[in-house]
Write a protein that binds this ligand. Structure first.
Ligand code: PGA
Length: 252
């Protein structure tokens, strides 16, 4: 049984004061309980992680980062290590987001090193994969997405693979208001799970959570979450507003 995970990716938004305000609103709703069993994660920008950690420490909301470098420490100006994220109480880290791939030139080999480093330090990677619009139009969506999956997980044992969360995020759906249909998302999630089964065995495939991301909103989350292979959501824009994110957490 996979516990659904609803994750907020705040991207480069929120000062510390704004981040605290949002988390306080989320904590208030968490105290009232959720519609059913589900896990909630917020991934604020680096500057807000440390001040938010004590607020979230004994709560039902987990803390995650949006990126990291793979080395433990060293002369890597501007980077943050897994050791540092663990040190301040992060449990998750988003890796391979399409904005990292497209704007900052991250490739599968680098993302693969980061996945290994996160697991080594006890951080759960939320590994993002997904095709662009031209790739989908060319009929290559599945080849591209599964190629990213396999390259990013390269060298993991089955036990390690069990510790990964995946997020299928079609690039054309991110920040556009243009969501994959529940049926298209389900088809890709099923293909991802089939690839996991063939690479690591059915047990692992059944255990790994595959989130959907890309313009998840209060008005489309219920239909997406009704799909058998969609185990949660990675939410960008709608995670920045407490009322919208709370509604998404409480999908029906
Ligand atoms: P969006 O972003 O919900 O604003 O489309 C999702 C993401 O980038 O993870």
């Amino acid at each position: 049984m996979r516990t659904p995970l609803i994750a907020g990716n705040w991207k480069m938004y929120k000062t510390v004061a704004e981040a605290v305000e949002l988390v306080e609103a989320l904590l208030t709703s968490a105290e009232q309980g959720y519609a059913s069993e589900r896990e909630v994660l917020v991934c604020p920008p680096f500057t807000a992680l440390y001040p938010l950690a004590p607020l979230l420490a004994d709560s039902s909301i987990a803390l995650g980062a949006q990126n990291m470098y793979h080395a433990d420490e060293g002369a890597f100006t501007g980077e943050i290590s897994p050791v540092m994220l663990k040190d301040i109480g992060c449990r998750y880290v988003i890796l391979g987001h399409s904005e990292r791939r497209q704007i900052f030139g991250e490739d599968d080999a680098l993302i693969n090193r980061k996945v290994h480093a996160a697991l080594k330090h006890g951080l759960t990677p939320v590994l993002c994969i997904g095709e662009t619009k031209p790739q989908r139009d060319a009929g290559d969506a599945e080849t591209v997405t599964l190629g990213q999956l396999r390259a990013s997980l390269h060298g993991l044992s089955a036990t390690q693979a069990r510790g990964v969360v995946l997020a299928y995020e079609p690039v054309w759906a991110i920040g556009t208001g243009d969501t994959a249909t529940p049926a298209d998302a389900q088809a890709m999630h099923a293909a991802i799970r089939a690839a996991l089964a063939s690479d690591y065995g059915q047990d692992i495939a059944d255990a790994v959570r595959v989130l959907y991301g890309g313009s998840v909103k209060p008005d489309n989350v219920d239909a997406l979450m009704a799909q058998p292979d969609i185990d949660g959501a990675l939410v960008g824009g709608a995670s920045l507003k407490a009322d919208q994110f709370v509604r998404i957490i409480n999908y029906q």
